[in-house]
Design a protein around this ligand. Structure first.
Ligand code: FE2
Length: 251
């Protein structure tokens, strides 16, 4: 079933989860290298265990990933030129809708302020892909997304290895699964240039911190919901990472 242009970037306002700005101070330094000591600082003691600066930043990072990958996935579903590209789009949309649900739940229970917009750099990623057509659209989208997923992958592992907060641990499990799935579907497009990818993954451009930080939400603004679009048969899409055992379709 075709995706209408109107559905691209579909987000709607969820009524239930409204966070106050008295919530945990917004991570102004998000995405910027901070000392390990400040990242280990406990900012709240919760019934799920201590919540550190790094834990809180991770929840916000997962949220921000969805805020740009969800609309990009919708674009890929509509404008991808191959079945594999459209399939990748579906996995991005559904994976981030599921992750966003978990993220909003954790944020509301631990009083973490979530952004409603991705960082300026991430918004630029979407604009760059949106400006391309045809095969260039596919190639640009895959290149940007494969690099960013490769960069976030070790961040998830570090949080999973170190957090003492059981809810953050669950989010890290789900994020790990989702990112592996996204890496896999992007590779299945056959468009990943690994030499270029591996270079860009390890040498990100040095940008000022405001380019890497999602803007804080407007005071009193409801938390946007990233949803699975209805009527496209996406509700049961399997977004788990590939099985660990070698499978017959590995080439
Ligand atoms: Fe993703």
């Amino acid at each position: 079933m075709p995706v209408s242009r109107r559905m691209v970037g579909t987000v709607f306002v969820g009524g239930a989860l409204v966070l106050t700005l008295s919530a945990l101070a917004y991570p102004a330094m998000l995405g910027v290298q901070t000392t390990s000591a400040s990242q280990d600082r406990i900012i709240a003691n919760t019934q799920w265990g201590p919540l550190t600066e790094a834990d809180r930043d991770f929840v916000v990072k997962v949220r921000a990933a969805g805020l740009w990958e969800h609309p990009l996935g919708m674009m890929a579903m509509q404008r991808g030129t191959t079945p594999a590209m459209k399939e990748a789009g579906k996995h991005l949309v559904v994976g981030h809708a599921r992750l966003d649900l978990a993220c909003r739940k954790i944020a509301s229970q631990m009083n973490i302020t979530l952004p409603n917009q991705a960082s300026p750099q991430q918004q630029q990623f979407v604009a760059t892909v949106d400006s391309k057509q045809g095969k260039e659209f596919d190639a640009t989208g895959v290149a940007i997304m494969r690099v960013t997923h490769g960069q976030i992958f070790p961040v998830i592992a570090k949080i999973r290895a170190n957090t003492q907060n059981t809810m953050v641990r669950q989010l890290a499990d789900l994020a790990n699964d989702t990112v592996l799935d996204h890496i896999t579907v992007l590779e299945k497009t056959g468009l990943v240039n690994f030499d270029q990818n591996n270079f860009q993954q390890t040498t990100p451009p040095k940008l000022p911190k405001d380019q890497l930080t999602p803007p804080p939400p407007q005071p009193g603004a409801p938390v946007l919901t990233l949803s699975i679009p209805k009527g496209l048969g996406l509700e049961n899409l399997d977004t788990k990472s590939p099985a660990a055992l070698p499978s017959a379709d590995v080439k």
